[in-house]
Design a protein around this ligand. Structure first.
Ligand code: HEM
Length: 522
């Protein structure tokens, strides 16, 4: 009898849950913006979102349109994918939509700090970020790019030496990540910052998604990596404060730290947040650009021809003042900005297309007062946002919209080299934060006051690394049986992207490559 009672109760409970959930699953007619239904109190759609954020937002966009509401882990979010709406959040109404909460979450997840968070966020956002913007402005960057190039070439040559021994292919992720990090740290932090922090940085980066979304991960490895990084940065800051020679960026940072009387742990924590921003997105974008090029021999050949044109045109003056063609490293040593000019429209387009396709940033802001957010200016469509509510700018929703980008989910290397797309770009060549023309939604750097402060450095580095790997080092996809990874891991080019990443997609598998330097690889 007791067993029968239990069965009856369970059956009724099940029917009730199905009834209640099916009721809540239906968005209420006429409701604007539509609410993504969920029968889980507090958690809302958090489980679907955390399992696959881009997939979840993409399918909601398809079902509910460019504006919808959803509850994720206790927060009511208004998700906006329309270009006008994204512009309003990031640029036009930035005084209303505040990003304080995002910075605090990053400080907690990356630096592990738990106290004094509001002042730390304020320092990061209103003191460090603008100073980084000034130091990494297009013209200021020239102060350190020669040092950058020299260190980059030195680091890449160690991979060439390994690959030339012929016993092992090298990891593309490592070539990109290790070389970039060594060069950028050397150029920005000065020669006293010599430690190799790549393995720890990479390990920390791999855990950021789990840390931010509080999901289980191998915390011990990541916590150990973070501790070593914090220790290393603390030692460096202490040396820097005693007056070792520093570049503009570090002297500016040390001044800010001093003025705000931060503890050593807080200083090292903030520096780590900055270092992660410097490392993660650019490394992943460079990896994807190279993986796409490895998958397309014709594209590789076209890029080589384009770069060859620049190398020939800018050949250095040889003996008796006769112009002679040189190799790419020599050209870059003579002029660290040799790849900046016109003549590389395909390479420029590959960089922009890779970011358009792989960028999954979802800038979140909190409304500081009740306001009407413009969703579609032409149609006069607006949405009411109440004080304290969160809005999420779904950049991928705009970048993957077939109304603006044909075959939006495909990598089209020439996309931004053709006139239709080239005319709509947001300025990557000036300091302007406003789109040159309004034709196309293009938010790869965010927008407005909080536009990416490292965008000029990012484009500079990605172009340099791609040109060196494709033209000078002539990297090729390695046979899968000659390295440590399983067959399945390398057969696919480009590899699959992880569903769970932050900022720019991360790869599910590494890609192994051979390096075949043209002309000896000096
Ligand atoms: C391809 C590489 C990169 C991409 C796609 C990228 C993208 C972005 C985006 C979309 C934002 C805006 C976030 C928001 O509005 O909430 C942003 C902000 C920022 N980025 Fe980048 N970024 C890249 C590389 C870099 C690099 C190399 C640095 C160097 C330090 C950097 C430093 C920053 C900083 C400091 C901010 C915050 C700006 C502020 O709050 O004022 N980024 N980035």
């Amino acid at each position: 009898m007791a067993l029968l009672d239990t069965v009856v109760v369970v059956t009724f409970a099940f029917i009730a849950i199905v009834f209640v959930s099916s009721h809540f699953r239906r968005p209420r007619a006429g409701e604007y913006p539509p609410v993504v239904p969920s029968f889980l109190p507090y958690i809302g759609t958090g489980i679907q979102y955390i399992r696959n954020p881009s997939g979840f937002l993409g399918s909601c966009l398809k079902e509910y349109g460019p504006v919808f509401k959803t509850r994720i882990g206790g927060r009511q979010l208004i998700v906006i994918s329309s270009p006008d709406g994204i512009n309003a959040i990031l640029r036009d109404q930035h005084n209303v939509f505040k990003s304080d909460f995002m910075h605090i979450e990053l400080i907690k997840a990356i630096a592990g700090l738990r106290e004094n968070l509001l002042p730390l966020q304020e320092i990061l956002q209103h003191q460090i970020a603008p100073m980084v913007g000034r130091t990494l402005a297009k013209t200021s960057m020239r102060k350190f790019t020669t040092t950058y190039v020299e260190r980059l070439l030195q680091e890449m040559n160690t991979f060439v030496a390994r690959s030339e021994k012929g016993t092992k292919a090298v990891s593309l992720m490592e070539v990109v990540g290790r070389s970039r990090l060594a060069a950028v740290c050397h150029a920005l932090f000065g020669p006293s910052f010599t430690d190799d922090i790549y393995d720890d940085m990479n390990c920390l980066d791999e855990s950021i998604y789990a840390r931010l979304h509080v999901v289980p991960f191998n915390w011990r490895r990541s916590a150990d990596a973070r501790k070593r990084l914090i220790d290393r940065l603390s030692t460096y800051i202490a040396q820097a404060e005693e007056g070792s020679t520093l570049g503009d960026l570090m002297s500016g940072t040390v001044d800010i730290f001093r003025a705000n009387k931060l503890s050593l742990e807080e200083k090292a924590g903030l520096l780590l947040v900055f270092l992660w921003g410097l490392y993660a997105n650019s490394t992943n974008v460079t990896f994807w650009a190279l993986a796409e090029i490895l998958a397309d021999e014709k594209l590789a050949a076209r890029l080589r021809a384009e770069i060859d044109g620049v190398v020939h045109a800018q050949g250095v003056i040889g003996r008796d003042n006769a112009p002679c063609v040189t190799d790419l490293p020599t050209l870059l040593r003579a002029d660290a900005h040799a790849l900046d000019g016109s003549g590389l429209s395909l390479l420029d387009s590959v960089v922009q297309e890779t970011i358009r396709l792989r960028q999954i940033s979802t800038p979140i802001r909190q409304a500081s007062c009740d306001t009407e957010l413009v969703v579609d200016a032409g149609a006069g469509q607006r949405v009411m946002v109440r004080k304290g509510e969160y809005v999420l700018a779904h950049l991928m929703g705009a970048h993957w919209d077939g109304r603006w980008y044909e075959q939006p989910n495909r990598f089209v290397p020439d996309r931004f080299a053709t006139s239709r797309y080239a005319s709509g770009l947001e300025g990557t060549d000036g300091e302007s934060t406003r789109p040159k023309r309004t034709g196309l939604p293009f938010f790869i750097w965010g927008g407005g006051r909080e536009i990416c402060k490292g965008r000029h450095l990012a484009v500079y580095e990605i172009k340099l690394l791609v040109a060196l790997c494709v033209y000078h080092l002539r990297i090729t996809h390695a046979d899968s049986d000659k390295h440590e990874f399983g067959l399945g891991s390398t057969k696919l080019l480009p590899p699959r992207a992880k569903k769970q990443s932050i900022g720019v997609q991360q790869t599910e598998h590494d890609v192994m490559v051979w390096m075949n330097p043209a002309g000896g690889g000096n």
